[in-house]
Design a protein around this ligand. Structure first.
Ligand code: NAD
Ligand code: DAU
Length: 350
């Protein structure tokens, strides 16, 4: 069994790879794993360091929009798990072209190559944001797609391409749509690591709007377990929502983080709202529960403090990322990623 993981040096992709290598998914315990990742500002080989020595793991630094690289990477692959994406909503508001390029065109290149290579299964990792905001109740897999940010629109577009490649070419694609993930190794631009890092550096945390926007927080391990189940048993052509975490307002989540760090509300700065800020996300997960036997297993009450503590104890992981922080890609970040790559398996082709 050969598994291609795109975006495997990012937050969720690297968790999936670490779990895969450690044997957490019994059906894939002997799998050979090829990670294809462009190492953008969000890709970080340090995320794979715990498994870097495993002989079953290989790494290719490459762009999913590059047809030649993707065709080569797809050779002999049985399963594709596609995480690679531009993933941050705020960045998509200030500059959306890279989101269309990677999320739409890149996914198309992968789907095309997967058809040509005859892969056995393709899991396209998507998001609950494709459904847009819901005031009450929860979106089902057949609910209309009403994305509101350029990020969400680019992911919805890629979901539709995945569907079309199943219908037109019979590619065995499944799409997963998950809620907000939390856990270690999340790039410190997303709410939890960003706020923790700011607080540890003595800064304020910027809470958008009235702070009453609501998100369903799912531990990254539960998300990845759901993806592995879909890879193994998901019906080709199907969409599966993944969620069932803990729904909280941003205000309440911020209070929990502050409390755990022994800090008060004075550290919060209410700032102007994100454009088109979705008020609430919620997905109905009964399909993956009933069909595949999925259930979230990580308790938020324990895992949120553990996650905050991970950032407290791993400043050496996030401090260099913060120093290179920018609203756009930084050449210096690219250079550091490249030198890290040279230390890791050497070759840029497999
Ligand atoms: P991330 O930003 O942490 O990682 C993205 C990875 O993709 C990075 O390693 C980056 O280098 C790589 N990448 C970006 N562009 C590339 C390209 N053109 N070619 C090859 N590699 C490229 O993202 P994440 O939070 O780990 O999200 C992974 C996937 O899960 C995304 O598809 C995202 O839409 C989806 N998702 C995320 C969440 C969440 O809460 N973070 C929730 C639901 C779904
Ligand atoms: O719902 C799944 C999505 O969750 C994924 O598809 C995205 O890739 C992922 O980034 C995440 O999107 P959000 O926009 O919900 O996550 P973010 O961490 O950026 O923001 C969470 C909430 O916190 C959101 O309502 C905006 C708010 N926020 C965020 C930041 C960064 C703030 O109030 N202040 C901030 O500084």
């Amino acid at each position: 069994m050969r598994v291609l993981v795109t975006g495997g040096a990012g937050f969720i992709g690297s968790h999936f790879v670490r779990q895969l290598v450690s044997g957490a998914y019994p059906s894939y315990k002997d799998a050979e794993i090829l990670v294809l990742d462009a190492l953008t500002y969000a890709g970080n080989l340090a995320n794979l360091e715990p498994v870097v020595e495993d002989p079953r793991l290989r790494f290719v630094r490459g762009d999913i929009c590059d047809q030649e690289v993707v065709t080569q990477a797809m050779y002999g692959i049985d399963l594709v798990v596609h995480f690679a994406a531009e993933s941050h909503v705020d960045r998509s508001i200030s500059r959306s072209s890279e989101f269309v390029r990677t999320n739409v065109l890149g996914t198309h290149v992968l789907l095309d190559a997967a058809v040509n290579a005859g892969v056995g299964k393709f899991v396209h990792v998507s998001t609950d944001e494709v459904y847009g905001s819901i005031a009450s109740g929860s979106w089902r897999e057949d609910s209309p797609l009403e994305p509101n940010s350029p990020y969400a629109a680019s992911k919805a577009s890629s979901d539709l391409l995945a569907r079309a490649f199943h219908r037109t070419h019979g590619l065995p694609v499944c799409v997963t749509r998950c809620s907000n993930n939390y856990g270690p190794y999340q790039y410190p631009e997303k709410l939890i690591p960003f706020f923790v890092a700011n607080l540890l550096e003595g800064k304020q945390v910027p809470l958008y709007g009235d702070g009453e926007n609501r998100r369903d927080w799912l531990h990254v391990d539960d998300h990845c377990r759901g993806i592995a189940l879909v890879a193994e048993k998901g019906r080709p052509g199907s969409v599966y929502n993944i969620g069932g975490g803990t729904e909280l307002s941003n205000r309440d989540l911020t209070e929990l983080v502050l409390k755990h760090l022994g800090l008060g509300w004075s550290r919060v700065e209410m700032v102007s709202d994100r454009k088109a800020h979705d008020r609430r996300y919620s997905v109905d997960i009964s399909k993956i529960v009933d069909e595949l036997g999925y259930r979230p297993m990580v308790a938020f009450e324990e895992a949120l403090p553990e996650t905050v503590d991970w950032y407290v104890h791993n400043r050496r992981w996030w401090e260099p990322l913060r120093r290179r922080w920018s609203d756009s890609y930084l050449p210096s970040a690219e250079a550091v990623a490249r030198s890290a790559h040279d230390r890791f398996h050497g070759s840029s082709r497999h």
